[in-house]
Write a protein that binds this ligand. Sequence first.
Ligand code: NAD
Length: 433
Amino acid sequence: MKITVIGTGYVGLVSGVCFSELGNEVICVDHIEAKIEMLNRGEVPIYEPGLQTLIANNRERGRLRFSTDLGASVKHAEVIIIAVGTPSLPNGQANLSFIEQAASEIGQAMNGYKIIVTKSTVPVGTNERIRDIIAQHSKEPFDIASVPEFLREGTAVSDTMNPDRIIIGTDSEVVRERLTELHRSLTSNIIVTDIRSAEMIKYASNAFLATKISFINEIANICEKVGADVTKVAYGMGFDQRIGASFLKAGIGYGGSCFPKDTQALIQIAGQMDYDFKLLKSVVEVNREQRFNVIRKLESLMGHLAGKTIGIWGLAFKPETDDVRDSPAFEIIAALTEMGAKVKAYDPIAAENFRRNCDVDSLIYCDTAREAAWQADALCVLTEWKEFQHIPLSEIESWLKSPYLIDGRNIYKEEQLANTQLVYYSVGRPGMN
Ligand code: NAD
């Protein structure tokens, strides 16, 4: 199939590349020239394991191209996939300006029947709005479909090639057939539904996952008070098939480009219909509070933090990505510096992105984990990069000025602590303090 993907970010680039790997002829379009130039030079603008090789292979086979020319790329394709960003507006609603712009540009370039697929996460009713915008600009025939994306950054390529399910929201038999054919080799779980339900499936899924995280974080907070271990509690809960073992890891809460904005957007979607989504509002509040537990623990150990040097390990919102959007590290570092602490930070991949987006001028960026921990009064682990898990705790102890280690992601095990004098705090494991 001839496919054009509009928006060459984490979703658009990975989807486009994977569709080319399946044998389709794909053009990935973006309006940021520098991004397209990089890709045309063989460089990859995002960090995503496995992506670089797939791009190189499929460019070589002539099945994958990159362009800033949206009009020509729309004309080339039978299936147009919209994968532009839908960030939050200040009130929490999804900003649909990129979607609307893409739809109007598609409309202006139409030259025959096309299927317009929206992969971006959009509020219920947006695909119908896309249909209206395209129809305002073109008399050519077309159909629309909502095919929300569920990939996770860090495992985006394997998630795209082996999805749990594909949701196709459509009101057209032709679209059902063509898109089922496009996705058939990826999974047998292809669920065809109406457009509004497809749009809602994405928000409901993300809201549910966010709820699981906030739930286990509250259980962790209670575990700390009653002397239970949340990792054992989660393990025991996870065997119940009605609950499931995934997404029950206590920590400093979720961040990233999806859960924070999608939970806010769903609260707004409900609110516009006069529905007060109380449960989800609490999920968001619990998540925001949870990150500050790191600071409360530091204060309980050291009193005032003014003049103290705090090492930070991890700036990305999760490991194996360079994405720092809504990473808990922003608020934690801002709060520490406001309290007068000196903060030194290290991340294996995401430091450059963090620097571009962080307005704390005094933050010191370190080139190694050792440098961030060196002579610090305390060290806080904010992202569970594998690199940190492999550093012996005795070594960390020898680098620190005071033996305080706050593990915001529960990456260390009890046996690793043996033979150290570290004062160790994690999340919901009071027996290890
Ligand atoms: P992103 O910001 O990484 O990429 C979006 C890209 O679209 C940018 O490169 C931008 O320049 C480009 N763009 C915007 N308007 C354009 C236009 N008119 N023409 C051409 N290019 C344009 O965003 P992302 O993380 O890939 O997310 C895209 C969508 O997918 C969002 O709705 C997001 O919620 C959803 N989603 C993201 C993930 C994820 O893990 N990142 C997972 C599932 C769903």
